[in-house]
Design a protein around this ligand. Sequence first.
Ligand SMILES: Nc1ncnc2c1ncn2[C@@H]1O[C@H](COP(=O)(O)OP(=O)(O)O)[C@@H](O)[C@H]1O
Ligand SMILES: [Mg+2]
Length: 395
Amino acid sequence: MDAVRNPYTPGAGSRPPVLSGRDAQLDAFRILLERLRLGRPEKSLLMTGLRGVGKTVLLGTLDGIAEEAGFRTASAEITHETDFSTLMARLTRRALLSLSPAGRLQARARRAAAVLKAFTLRLPDGVEIGIDVEAAVGRGDSGNLADDLADVLVELGNAAADHHSGVVFLFDEIQFLGRREFEALISSLHQCTQRNLPVTLVGAGLPQLPALAGAAKSYAERMFDFPVIDRLDETAASGALELPAAAEGAGFEPEATRRVIEFTDGYPYFLQEYGKHVWNIAAGPVIAVADVAQAEPIVRLQLDDNFFRVRVARTTAAELAYLSAMADLGDGPYRSGDIAVRLGRSGPEGVAPTRSRLIDKGLIFSPSYGLNEFTVPAFADFLRRNYPHPRRATR
Ligand SMILES: Nc1ncnc2c1ncn2[C@@H]1O[C@H](COP(=O)(O)OP(=O)(O)O)[C@@H](O)[C@H]1O
Ligand SMILES: [Mg+2]
């Protein structure tokens, strides 16, 4: 069919034509916003899920919902290189200015700007806040990140409440925040919640997140909801595939849809990739089982190149050997001890640094103590096909 009209959107963070199967998350977020507006404490959200399930896209949608509801949003993608204090200063500045223009800051907003200025003066490469206020003394300037950030966010919350608004921070790849930064963020939000201030966080990241937050602060569990963003169930997956086609006057044979869902296991990224290629191959307007069969090798190739291989490209030889050993064990989760044995070690200690680096790079995570799992769905299968573990003579 006409490639120009192709509605599918494979790609990291690419907004899909239909955001399928996420109504529960959208509804929960709308309730969160309304409660914040009423000054009722509500938990922040930390959404976790594997790569390609649609976390980034969902964050973007929530951002739009918040703005429409009159909130100020502050979005960022966290990386290992992120200087968190500087980021928070920049985002706070922007939120503040969007609440009330620099020249016309009202009392609360001026106060917030003064604390923000004090905060920025402590930063190594000082952020120009461009607001003509004296830096506050004794607030936001202690040099302790947790205390200072709390001062900044509380004042921001006061200013937002004063303007009958609120502020939503949306952080993607939040697992890359350092422990100290994460702690500071959590305790600052806690300060806001205790004062019923309309400041909240929506974070998205890989599944090791709840454990991280739990370790960071014991009250994290009470402060956050941890919705799991998962692959789509059959109804939602059908919708993701069929509704965009229907909007273009095309359709799928039921058996064709079923085959695609079976191949993709309902993972949003895989569905988009399949939709794209089967659309281009099919004569249409109804996509048939034969089209799906014909597209399969192309889809597999594209997934290998676009989704899987890019992850492998960032690994060292030792890390790749570790991944191949995992995959060689079958499907996960995998015990650290079993992986070590497969690598010819007597115990997991020797390969523990490799494991940590893989966790650091966001390629594997630990679902519970001593266990490991890939962060990329169907990665084991990819590795077995492309990077097989060198079979050991003893086996
Ligand atoms: N709810 C959904 N329905 C249909 N497609 C989706 C949905 N969520 C995400 N996608 C598609 O899945 C792919 C991955 O989305 P992305 O947000 O980048 O995932 P993640 O951030 O979890 O890795 C994109 O191609 C996007 O268009
Ligand atoms: Mg993402």
